[in-house]
Design a protein around this ligand. Sequence first.
Ligand SMILES: Cc1ncc(COP(=O)(O)O)c(C=O)c1O
Length: 468
Amino acid sequence: MEAPKNHVFYRSNKWSYPKIVKGQGIYLYDEKGNTYIDGCSGSAVANIGHGNHEVAELAKEQIETIAYTHLSRFTCDPIEACARKIADLTPESLNHVYFVSGGSESTEAAIKMARQYHYEKNPHSQKWKVISKRHSFHGNTLGALSMTGITERRQVYDQMLINFPKIPQFYQYRNQWSTDWYHTSLQAALALESEIQFQGAENIAAFISEPVVGSAAPGVYPHPVYFEMVRELCDEHDIIFIMDEVMTGFGRTGKMFACEHFNVEPDLLCIAKGMSAGYAPIGAVVASDKIFNTIMTEGSGAFKHGHTYGGHPLSCAVASKVIDIVQNGLVENSKERGRQLLDLLQNLYKLDFVGDIRGLGLMIGIEFVCDKENKLPFKRDINLKQRVTENCLKEGLVVYPGSGTYGHTEGDHILIAPPLIITEDQVLELYKKLEKALLTTQESLRKEKLWISSLSPSHQQAMYRQRL
Ligand SMILES: Cc1ncc(COP(=O)(O)O)c(C=O)c1O
């Protein structure tokens, strides 16, 4: 019998999508009987693993109680309980949870909140620009994409995007300043100061940063001096500091929120992904007392924004349960298993094409190069990231590929971010699969004589000269 026609508009026709029929713990199972370790939790989402019975039971109960309430007219217990839980966990002044349905909605809502904060203080305020960074990701909707610093994702839509200023990332492995962590972070913060001067503080509404970079340059994070200086600059110039913890929040980096690593408190905290660990779509912006009071108490009293599914009772009930589960030892596990994995991964430096390995907790990035000494990227048409991903899948391991770390359009990397429930033995299992897949990749690159850089010989010469 002919297979029914598939009407799904997938993301790419260059990928053959295995059909997953079940997930349990850190494992995914496809229709052909293959088993995979979900080594990236989807995209750092499935933090408590798959097939959690407690969450399933609670979801059923919640659906039977109430299908939906609109947040503009009603409130209900799951929404209030979830907000209370988040306010208790987030840094001190972050007490007001504005619910949305995902990460992009969260960063979009945050910039509108920042703008409305300035407007409430002064309706003639010119503060509207948002400074963000190259090698950053804040989502794919137009406002979020306007802040995102990944050329490949922006190019097609360029004319439709808001021309927000972009400054360099705190990217120790690749930057124009230094190979030293502290100095890179310091210079990256000074770049913010310089951009504020250039644009004029009177035009800047907000600055947004991931604490540990996700898909754009996975696992990259700064010395604490960076956020110390960012906080000072934002305070000095009345600029709202938005921390994008969509990927890092809820234990991913070995702390409940990654801002705790840096002892810094943003004005707005964007969260999603691990908030419900994939069991229901949800996100939120957690606002500080300052922002909330300016808009809601002293100002107009209404945030001019909202989506139909913001504060969905099912999503909020699920998120509350997931947060309880994460609080029950998973943050600590993320820290310990992350250390174990990062230690094991050091062995991969023996491979000729592994350039950099970095990360915090269970959020680890590996960057590939065709020339370690000069950090040159492979030729783009080799599509190294896809080769690595396919070889990992053959070994039964799912990783999250990306590119754009060299310059803006070259370079290959993967993100490793398994569920936070991963055990010591499973970390070892993951490592062995990855090592095998990378050895296979190395072998095929050699056999096919693909060990060449995407840069022209004169560009390479310039690189060498720069190094000398
Ligand atoms: C840091 C960060 N911000 C925002 C987003 C966008 O989230 P979503 O895909 O849920 O819209 C992502 C998604 O990967 C992310 O990693």
